[in-house]
Design a protein around this ligand. Structure first.
Ligand code: FE2
Ligand code: FE2
Ligand code: FE2
Length: 412
């Protein structure tokens, strides 16, 4: 397994853009919550280690949400029905050695202080989780306020009043005091419109330099995000994993370098990140999409690129992900590149994507049988859409491909 020279904070900060797409009209919710939480932590003189943990937990706090429907429920300030997104998110983190220590921040980010203070948790976790809860509610109040008046300052006083009213019951009183202190200035609210590079974000990203990270360790973090994509819709469960494994296997058959195969696998996991922006009802549609709905779906590969291009060391991954719906005759999207401009890796990903999509059921069609699958791939190769050499490689190793994509029991 090869090593990747990346800044892990930059990887997570950029990939969390994908989470922020889920709320569609609430872009950057996670980053605003992280901004607010960190400003409170700074006002309370928390040390750097504590601030770093708080910030990381806050940008990931809603990683258990992948559907817009769930996110909409969370926009009610007093709403008690938060579903199971705290458990799902905590579970995702729990399995990862680098992030397991933050699982409780996520698990308790909708738990009131009245309940939280009696639990057997460290002070850092109790205060951190409660700080994220308060920051989350501030952001929800702000977003609700923007619907009535587009000027962010218009709801400032009412937000401060509503948070103060929950002091001691929902939120620990020192946390509330710190919020009242930082939110008194207009600058605090204006910075909320620029959270990508305001407050603690630049420090958190820049303080962590690029270092050689094992492929396996990097993949472990990246799977948080691919699981979210795969959880968005029941028809796509295991989809990104399948594309990743199959692309890697094909890369190995083409005798690409180990590092290229590692990058292919990561591209498979990340290529559909942009799908998180597509509203659930469009993905679940059983009949034909209207032209405007199709435009929304069609921009997802570019949205994936938009997120991945910000990560130094991910240049190839961003490019191949951007091109996963390109076709060798130039009829794909979003660039309309043809054979000459598409690398072997991009052509492998494109075939793996079609392979996995056809082998799974969709709202509008049944899954293809293995015979239908290989004949469809061949047809698309003959028609000049998919790369012939890649499809031939699939055909010559068909049973192994089904096995690698973990479809053997499933599809037959
Ligand atoms: Fe939440
Ligand atoms: Fe949230
Ligand atoms: Fe796609």
């Amino acid at each position: 397994m090869s090593k990747f020279n990346v800044n892990l904070h930059q990887v997570i900060f950029s990939l969390s853009d994908a989470l922020d797409l889920v709320g569609v009209d609430q872009i950057y919710h996670g980053k605003r919550v992280a901004y607010i939480a960190a400003e409170c932590g700074i006002a309370l003189n928390w040390n750097k280690k504590r601030l770093d943990d708080l910030f990381l937990a806050a940008i990931l706090h809603d990683c258990g949400v992948s559907s817009t429907a769930v996110h909409t429920k969370l926009t009610n300030f007093e709403g008690k029905n938060v579903g199971n997104h705290c458990d799902i998110g905590a579970n995702l983190l729990q399995k990862r050695p680098l992030l397991a220590k933050l699982a409780d921040y996520i698990l308790y980010h909708h738990t009131s202080w009245a309940e939280l203070q009696g639990l057997d948790l460290s002070e850092a976790v109790k205060f951190g989780a409660n700080c994220i809860y308060m920051a989350d509610r501030v952001d929800i109040l702000m977003l609700n306020g923007l619907q009535a008046d587009a000027n962010i300052l218009a709801s400032k006083d009412s937000i401060r009043r509503q948070i103060k009213a929950k002091s001691g019951r929902w939120f620990q009183d020192e946390l509330v005091d710190s919020f009242l202190q930082i939110s008194a200035s207009e600058a605090f609210w204006f910075s909320m419109e620029q959270v990508q590079n305001s407050g603690y974000a630049p420090t958190w990203v820049a303080d962590h330099s690029a270092q050689a990270i094992d492929f396996q360790e990097l993949k472990d973090i990246i799977q948080i995000f691919s699981h979210i994509v795969d959880a968005k819709h029941r028809y796509t469960a295991q989809y990104s994993e399948g594309v990743a494994k199959l692309s890697r296997y094909l890369g190995e058959l083409f005798k690409l370098s180990e590092h290229s195969c590692d990058k292919l696998e990561l591209t498979g996991l990340l290529h559909d990140l942009g799908m998180l922006r597509v509203p659930d009802n469009i993905l679940a549609r059983a009949n034909k999409l209207s032209p405007s709905e199709y435009f929304i779906v069609q921009r997802h590969s570019f949205d994936s690129y938009d997120i991945l291009k910000n990560i130094a060391g991910f240049e190839d991954i961003a490019t191949w992900a951007a091109q996963h719906h390109e076709r060798v005759d130039g009829s794909g999207y979003p660039y309309h590149y043809n054979e000459q401009k598409l690398s072997i890796e991009a052509r492998i990903i494109a075939v793996a994507v079609v392979f996995m999509a056809l082998s799974q059921k969709r709202a509008y069609r049944d899954k293809f049988s293995p015979q239908q699958l290989i004949s469809e791939l061949n047809q698309q190769a003959q028609a000049g859409k998919l790369d012939k050499s890649v499809v031939l490689m699939v055909e010559n190793n068909f049973t192994a491909c089904l096995k690698v994509a973990q479809l053997l029991d499933d599809i037959i």
